[in-house]
Design a protein around this ligand. Structure first.
Ligand SMILES: [Zn+2]
Length: 329
C-alpha cells in the first residue's frame, strides 16, 4: 500500500481515538465535595485521631499541574496494605465521597470493635482525589488536558509520576482503581482485573482472581449487581489497573459504578464505600467470613428462586387434595 495512504489512515485513526477520548461536559452534582472541603475533612480526621489515637496521618505525594496537593491518608498498622486510588477522572465524584466515608468509618471506629481490631492487620492508604485539577473543573482530564488513566505507561504528568512513585515506595498488597461510567452507559457496576492472556504473572493473576471472587460474592450479598470482568488481551498497559498488575507486579482491581440518570451520587458513593470495606475486610483476614456470608446469601437466594420456579410450574386447576384438607387459607 502506498505510504501516503498509510499516513492518511494513521491520521484518521488518531483522530478517531482522540475524539473517542474527548471531554464530555457533565454537570457537577450539587453538594459534592470540592478540593478545599476534602482537605478540611481529612485534616479534621487527623485532629480527631489525635484525641482517639487510631493514628491517621496525611501525606502529600506531590502536586498537580496547578499546584494542588495529591493527598494520601494512612490508617492502620498491619503487615498487609491496600492502596485505594480514587478519582483519576475529575468528573467521576462518587469515589471521593466513598473514600471520605470509608476513612470516617475507620478513624471513628471505637476501640474493641471489629473494625478497630482489623486495623491491626492491615495498613490502608487512601488517595481520595488523584486528579484535583480535573475534579475542581469537573472534567475528565487534568489541567494539561491529559487523561491520567491513559498515562501510566509513559507517565508524562506530575500526577501519574507522583502516584506511581508512592506505589513503588509502599509496595501495597493490592491496589484498587475506582471510577464511574458515563450517564448513558447502561452496564451495571463491575470489577475488572488481570486474567489469563493479560501478560501478568500466574501469581498475580491468581491473587487478582481470588480478590475479585471475594468482592463479587460480598457485593452481591450487600445487594449490588457485582459483575466481574477479566483483562485477557495484551493492549498496551496505559490504564492504572493494567499497568500496576501487568507491569509493576502488584494485584490491582478496577471498580466502576453505573450512573444512569436517577442513581444519586450518595447511592453510588455507598457502592464505593461497600467495595472499599470488603477489600479491607478481605485483606485484614476476614476472607473466610466474607465467603461464608456470600454463601448464605446465595443459598437463601437460590432456594427463593427455586420455590418461585415451582410455583410457576404448578399445573392450573385446584390445589392438590392434601392441601385442601389442611385448609390453611
Ligand atoms: Zn474513570
Amino acid at each position: 500500500m502506498p505510504r501516503f495512504i498509510l499516513t492518511v489512515l494513521a491520521f484518521l485513526f488518531c483522530g478517531w481515538v482522540n475524539s473517542a477520548q474527548a471531554e464530555r461536559n457533565l454537570v457537577r452534582p450539587p453538594g459534592t465535595t470540592r478540593y478545599a472541603s476534602m482537605v478540611q475533612q481529612l485534616t479534621a480526621l487527623v485532629e480527631y485521631d489525635k484525641v482517639h489515637a487510631s493514628q491517621m496521618t496525611l501525606t502529600s505525594l506531590g502536586q498537580s499541574v496547578k499546584g494542588r496537593g495529591l493527598w494520601m491518608a494512612t490508617v492502620g498498622h498491619g503487615p498487609k496494605s491496600i492502596f485505594y486510588l480514587c478519582r483519576q477522572h475529575g468528573h467521576e465524584p462518587a469515589s471521593t465521597e466513598g473514600a471520605l466515608a470509608f476513612l470516617n468509618t475507620l478513624v471513628k471506629a471505637d476501640a474493641d470493635t471489629p473494625t478497630a481490631h482489623l486495623l491491626e492487620n492491615v495498613t490502608v492508604y487512601v488517595v481520595p482525589m488523584a486528579n484535583p485539577d480535573g475534579s475542581e473543573a469537573f472534567r475528565r482530564h487534568n489541567a494539561r488536558n491529559v487523561d491520567l488513566n491513559r498515562d501510566w505507561l509513559r507517565r508524562t504528568q506530575p500526577e501519574t509520576r507522583a502516584l506511581y512513585s508512592a506505589l513503588q515506595r509502599l509496595r501495597p498488597t493490592v491496589v484498587t482503581d475506582q471510577h464511574e461510567l458515563y450517564p448513558d452507559d447502561a452496564r451495571p457496576d463491575f470489577t475488572e482485573t488481570a486474567g489469563p492472556g493479560s501478560g501478568a504473572s500466574p501469581e498475580i493473576i491468581a491473587a487478582c482472581g481470588d480478590t475479585q471472587a471475594v468482592v463479587q460474592g460480598a457485593m452481591q450479598a450487600e445487594g449490588y449487581s457485582a459483575v466481574s470482568h477479566l483483562v485477557t488481551d495484551t493492549h498496551p498497559a496505559r490504564l492504572a489497573h493494567r499497568y500496576v498488575s501487568i507491569v509493576a507486579g502488584v494485584p490491582a482491581v478496577l471498580f466502576e459504578t453505573n450512573r444512569l440518570p436517577g442513581r444519586s451520587v450518595a447511592t453510588r458513593a455507598e457502592a464505593h464505600l461497600q467495595f472499599m470495606l470488603i477489600v479491607f475486610r478481605d485483606m485484614a483476614g476476614e476472607r473466610e467470613q466474607l465467603v461464608a456470608e456470600a454463601d448464605i446469601w446465595r443459598a437463601a437466594h437460590s432456594s427463593m428462586l427455586a420455590s418461585r420456579h415451582k410455583e410457576f410450574q404448578r399445573p392450573p386447576g385446584p390445589p392438590p387434595a392434601a392441601a385442601q384438607e389442611k385448609g390453611a387459607d
